[in-house]
Design a protein around this ligand. Sequence first.
Ligand SMILES: NC(=O)c1ccc[n+]([C@@H]2O[C@H](COP(=O)([O-])OP(=O)(O)OC[C@H]3O[C@@H](n4cnc5c(N)ncnc54)[C@H](OP(=O)(O)O)[C@@H]3O)[C@@H](O)[C@H]2O)c1
Length: 283
Amino acid sequence: MIKRPFGWTNAEVPVIGQGTWMIEGDPDREKRAVETLRLGLDLGLTHIDTGEMYGEGRVEQLVAEAIVGRRDEVFLASKVLPSNASYEGTLRACENSLKRLRTDRLDLYMLHWPGRHPIEETMRAMEKLIERGLIRFAGGSNFDVEELQGAADSLEGQRLACDQVLYHLEDRGIEVRLLPQCTQEQIAIVSYSPFGHGKFPGVHSAGGRLLAEIGERHGRTPRQVALNFLTRHPNVFAIPKTTHPDRVKENAGAVGWKLSAQEIDAIDRAFPAPAFVTALGTL
Ligand SMILES: NC(=O)c1ccc[n+]([C@@H]2O[C@H](COP(=O)([O-])OP(=O)(O)OC[C@H]3O[C@@H](n4cnc5c(N)ncnc54)[C@H](OP(=O)(O)O)[C@@H]3O)[C@@H](O)[C@H]2O)c1
């Protein structure tokens, strides 16, 4: 699995990681989800994304099972809920996540989305957590350009490492302003729901057929083509979620090979970014 520097940080992070939203459930499903996460680690998908919200803490416990004995291999990310994101609330939420994850540190801690607590408070807590060695980097999620700027301005001695945002073939809105802004400031973009949260274009659509055709040429699947396209920009990482071992293998095969410029153009036309973006669509 290819790794890249995570924004301005010195952390080398795999281009494809693993999401964990909605992996909880009955014991069989959870067992398979944990095995899938472990297989993902074997395949180099060592960026694991979770959050206190997922399964109300249950998912962090499952992630703990998956990474037991392997903590140092993992780039471990979690998120504080906006309703908990006061200064004290953020500190407490992080400590609770660490307990559930059975670890002493997170690599990345994000505000899940901007909420009612002033961003200055949340970011002050993030700085405190870095100072205490409980987190390596602070990030945002679902921040637009202005929210990102507000968060960055609130940090006194630290920098924001990433913005984790919705980015898939049928929603390329971040390419308009956020991606250029983050690239300029060396803030990593992490694409969540890279398969549209399960709504992936099938062969009944022209776009789906195009992905299949391109995939055939490379001996790859449509989803591998999609992930390759989304991560073509060097500042973008993706965290698809699956609870199936065969699918995590598929997702791991999404990078390490190249789409041609013509193929990128064709995908760009089939799944257009908002109209006034031009340059990034052809990267
Ligand atoms: N920050 C935020 O606000 C936010 C919001 C949403 C998501 N996220 C993060 O991003 C992660 C990914 O997003 P997501 O879970 O919304 O959706 P996603 O990764 O776009 O799609 C997940 C769906 O695709 C299926 N899938 C995955 N790989 C597949 C493959 N190779 N072949 C066929 N189906 C496949 C999964 O099924 P199975 O599981 O049944 O295999 C699941 O139904 C989340 O898990 C979470 O960690 C963050």
